[in-house]
Design a protein around this ligand. Sequence first.
Ligand SMILES: [Zn+2]
Ligand SMILES: [Zn+2]
Length: 899
Amino acid sequence: MSADGYDHETVERRWQEAWADADVYRTPDDATDPAYVLGMYPYPSGELHMGHVRNYTITDAYARYLRMSGEEVLHPMGWDAFGLPAENAAKERDTNPREWTEECIARMKGQMESMGFGYDWEREITTCEPDYFRWNQWLFSRFHEEGLVSRRDAEVNWCPSCETVLADEQVELEDGVEICWRCDTPVTQRELSQWFLEITRYADELLDAIDGLEGWPDPVRGMQRNWIGRQYGTRLPFEIGEAPGASDEDDTGSTEYGTVEAFTTRADTVFGATFFALAPDHPISETVAEDDPEVRRFVEEEADPEGDEPNGVRTDLTATNPVTGEELPVFVADFVLSDVGTGALMGVPGHDDRDHAFAEKMDVPIEPVVAPVPDDWNPDSGTVPDAPDVSESAFTDDGVLVNSEEYIGLESEAARERITADTEGAEEATQYRLRDWGISRQRYWGTPIPVVHCESCGPVMVPDEDLPVELPEFVNTTGNPLDAAEEWKETTCPDCRAEAERETDTMDTFVDSSWYFLRYVSPDIESAPFDVERANDWMPVDQYVGGIEHAVMHLLYSRFFTKVLADHEGLEHREPFTDYLAQGMVLLDGSKMSKSKGNVVSPQEIVAEYGADTARLFMMQAAQPERDFDWSEEGVRSTHAFLNRLRGMVESFVEDDPDGDDDAVASYVESEIAATVAIATEEYEELTFNRATRKAQDLVRTLRQYADYTEPHAETYERGLAAVVRLLAPVAPHLTEELHDELGGEGFVAEANWPDSDADREHAERRRRLVENTRGDVRDIIEVAGIDDPERIELAVAPDWTYRALEVALESESPNLIGDLMGVEEIREHGDAAADYGQDLQAGREALEPTLAREEERAALESAAWLIEREFDAPVRVVDADPDAGDAEPGRPAIEIVE
Ligand SMILES: [Zn+2]
Ligand SMILES: [Zn+2]
């Protein structure tokens, strides 16, 4: 079924086949530093959705633009093919993840081809193929050699429904509850032996280098900075002991707990510390729990790190404040996390909101030790501000110290320095929010971690020559599938040859995507994950495009991998993506399209009804790539109608073979063509396809009006049509290919030269503004004066001296503009007219803009006169205004309409 108009299905298929036959989108291996344009590879779910179509139309349009501009281009595509959904789908359908994934890929690839995306399919990569994932394993071994892999027991986020560990980044917060990013099930904690990639070793560089990522959106840079979360502070040593009289008399002696360090960014508040708190899984908490049933119950049952309220239990221990010598009660508290800092903190309820809530609940004293700085405060006066009332809520800003002995009167920052320097055992410290990256997953459909567990040797890396470690046949189980693959598990130790077992966890699929952009450079290389020399020439990716949901995980991991590969594998750049664009969402009736809500527009149906070109052009036109926009069936129809009209214009031009004169009208059209090309080119450079395509559409309208007004000059008209075809080719590649052919263009428009123009954008815009304003003014006069049938229209160009006056006004910085103007003889001699115009210039001074020069303005009006004649059906004459009449200004000719 098809909407009215050209047979888009035939047109689109014809050109897709022709491009494929001619290898138009192939990037030869000997290309020199091609422009690398990349869309985030999709997870093969089986259907391309609108988000994909938008993402990939953006990269495709940009890649096509660059190719036409004479650049070599690398624009590849692949499949993020491992992952849990395939495993679940396979279970539901009683098949296996591999078959399911392959079917999905075949389907989505067909859909991509039907959209006309120009990919170099010779470079396609699929992460679930051994040819790819063996390099995940190889890289894991290299990271291990460099000491960037560790194995440790860790409290991990556990999704009871997916039965898998989740990385911190895969846990989302909803109404204060941590939930699984895939299935929204509340996350619980488990202790498991896990493999970690030590991304924290690169925390400083990952953070500091964000400043240099100038081609990234600021919000994404901010999100990465927050995620890494570097904090400067102080580590303070607290002596832990038992409170006097706490132990039973028959106890053999007090237990030694030694010193526990606590990190704080607010050492200036140390005099306000009224308690000390330990994480539930801190070793001291665990020791105490052995003898203290209340602590045990709290640790084992009550502690809830995700809870809305801080919770804890008091122990019989005390902690000695290293600055005041005061003994503080020690709590085990669930808001203290063992993997943040040292798993211990000093509680300052007067100056921290959470500590305040905890103190209220536990009936711990709340004391103010920092006061807000009074407006008129003089630090040298010796006076001290009043302590704030912190009984209801904490005062959390920096301020001036009170109730802090010798530090009273110091400002917070100075106090932090002094206290850190003065306190024995205290030291400046840096803490990060970023954790090491736990990559172990207890699932089947992922890269097997290349490790063998031997009873005598411990965990041993599988030697490179034994890679890849392939997956066994699919095991359909609710537990860890590889653990259930008994035969597969059995192996021998690479070191001692004893019987041993394979590691049964697979890797987080974010490992796959942390370097896939490097594989495209040399997808078939068998001796390494990528050809280093070529990667050094072709990388980094010049323009990366993909959803903002990857702002932290994928983009941060990719940066981490790139830095490690630069340090150890000869890569010569340390950042993978020079420019990154996060495309906005396609909404339907204001909300995100979602299958579960049933508000989805299927790209396949739109393509069937209107064609890929319509879908692509509509999307690129609807909004700037970064913005969300609402899907509009009406917009789709009008885009479709536009393409049909354009086709009709090309057809009639070819049939009619017009023979008009190269007159003033032709020269106006000529200058519009040049202006359109200049402006649209700038917009393509900025990826603002919405503006670029609007300009092309405006030119189409001008050409239509031209053909409507007179018999067009053939060369001018054809140049206009050819320019439109090229300007639209990146976005609507099929129909423009067809029209290029009809206009007798050689080769493919996809490979044609981008039109060039020496038009100056600013000049062109001034000219357009002049013509638009003048037409608008004529329209207004005719309407206001109620003129039915104008006989003739006169446009009077302002006199020379007014241009001179505008020039003076634009340059003048003096408050007395009139004085400046009257200092110029050429202006002054026009008396009242000069004074009046001077007043106007003074009044509108803030908004003054340069106009065309007088002769340019006159020429522009003459060449655009036909548009006015056509609109009002009356002859138009351009004349000189009376120099003393004061009715014409630069950019605003005087208008006389004769009835
Ligand atoms: Zn889940
Ligand atoms: Zn061994």
